[in-house]
Design a protein around this ligand. Structure first.
Ligand code: SAH
Length: 399
């Protein structure tokens, strides 16, 4: 049985929550001692004890919980989760029917009404991401709801709530049949290999679907392409299929080589014609400068934070420098696809980084396309932080 707790929030927070903000911030709470165990149901009240909404206690980043309904009488049970999942499913109906795209996000946290809960679809399999112990405490009800509302071969899960909000290593299989990995999924007709039971990541970042499609259909033809922070080389695959003459994929992780080879082979691409470099991107910049190598199309997609033996990279602090080095390797009229998922860098700041980097390098530029999250990564206006992806296609004009 879940415990029900009355939580009083300050005036400022009350106004924000009433306007639709879904995250309960630690500072907002006037009676923090009342919070006992993650997963407890919170009735959120203003300073006059008027009801604002119902949420759950779950510690995640800067929040301590999420508002999940604004109906005072609504029970948080399997039927509640079933209604949310059904609504989420209805929003992805078209994608479900599309035979050319068999992997996408089914349920996107607060965008679909429940912060801390993410469910991705991979051709018959679902992967649940639990972002706090609080949301994990509803596991039984959520699985019941999924069984009722969704058809699937099997379910996997990622527990992303150790002390630092990191993934907990485990056998991620939950129920149904086990998949045979690597398995193939399709995205706009392109094959990608995924493994749903191999650590925190599956082999593809589903939020870049539109960007990969733009590269393949409009930017890759005839290009010498460089893929920085390439992971499994998904952008390289899209470029080759879009007519790139050659791709170079650079990632510091050893796993990137076999995983990238796998992605190429899944699409019948001759791997011997592509270059895969396992190295620090910043080392590669130096190497490419020595060899006077330049590129028509460069994708730069760093993590928000990264620590290698030699340095720490932070998107908020170091992106401009990274772009400067990238501009040096980019040909006149070349395109840089600059991407960041850092919540510390909003669109305005990101554009400022681009402007500064171009200025420093004496290059003129034009942002020719801009992408955010695709529709299946639903967000709500009241929570702009949820819209974390920023991707700019920047045309570089050298003097
Ligand atoms: N662009 C990829 C996703 C990148 S994930 C895609 O679309 O699939 C970030 C990657 O950056 C990880 O694979 C990590 O190994 C790599 N990485 C982190 N720091 C790095 C560095 N200094 N040099 C090269 N790669 C780095």
């Amino acid at each position: 049985m879940k415990t029900l707790i009355n939580i009083k929030v300050n005036k400022k927070a009350a106004a924000k929550l009433r306007a639709g903000y879904p995250l309960l911030e630690k500072e907002a709470i006037e009676n923090p001692k009342a919070l006992k165990e993650e997963g407890d149901i919170l009735r959120i009240l203003d300073d006059k004890k008027n009801y604002i909404g119902t949420g759950y206690y779950g510690v995640q980043n800067k929040g301590i919980g999420w508002v999940i309904t604004r109906e005072p009488e609504e029970y948080i049970d399997a039927a509640f989760f079933a209604r949310k999942i059904e609504a989420a499913f209805q929003h992805r109906k078209e994608l479900m029917k599309d035979p050319d795209t068999t992997a996408f996000r089914l349920f996107n946290g607060e965008g679909d009404g429940i912060g801390g809960l993410i469910i991705d679809y991979y051709d018959g399999f679902y992967v649940i991401h639990w972002y706090s112990e609080g949301i994990y405490s509803f596991r039984k009800d959520i699985l019941t709801a999924m069984r009722e509302k969704l058809e699937f071969k099997g379910i996997y899960e990622k527990k992303r709530f150790d002390q630092k909000g990191q993934y907990i290593e485990d056998d991620d299989f939950v129920e149904g049949e086990r998949g045979e990995f690597p398995m193939l999924i399709k995205e706009n007709g392109v094959n990608f290999c995924v493994d749903l039971n191999d650590g925190a990541m599956t082999g593809i970042f589903l939020d870049q679907r539109e960007v990969r499609n733009a590269i393949r259909t409009r930017y890759a033809k005839g290009a010498e392409m460089l893929n920085m922070f390439s992971y499994t080389g998904a952008f390289s695959v899209s470029s080759v299929l879009g007519g790139a003459v050659k791709t170079t994929s650079v990632d510091v992780a050893n796993r990137s080589r076999p995983k990238t080879i796998q992605q190429f082979e899944a699409n019948g691409i001759d791997v011997s014609e592509q270059e895969i470099v396992v190295d620090d991107v910043f080392q590669y910049f130096k190497y490419a400068a020595r060899k006077k190598r330049t590129f028509d199309l460069v994708v730069v997609d760093p993590p928000s934070f990264a620590k290698t033996k030699k340095r720490t990279f932070s998107a908020a602090k170091d992106y401009t420098k990274l772009l400067e080095e990238t501009i040096q390797l980019t040909k006149h009229k070349g395109i840089i696809v600059a991407s960041t998922n850092s919540s510390a860098v909003d669109v305005k700041t990101f554009k400022k980084f681009i402007k500064e980097a171009c200025k420093e390098q004496g290059a003129a530029y034009e942002i020719v396309e801009q992408y955010g999250l695709p529709e299946d990564f639903r967000t709500i206006e009241a929570f702009p932080e949820g819209h974390y992806l920023k991707v700019m296609f920047v045309k570089i004009k050298k003097k």
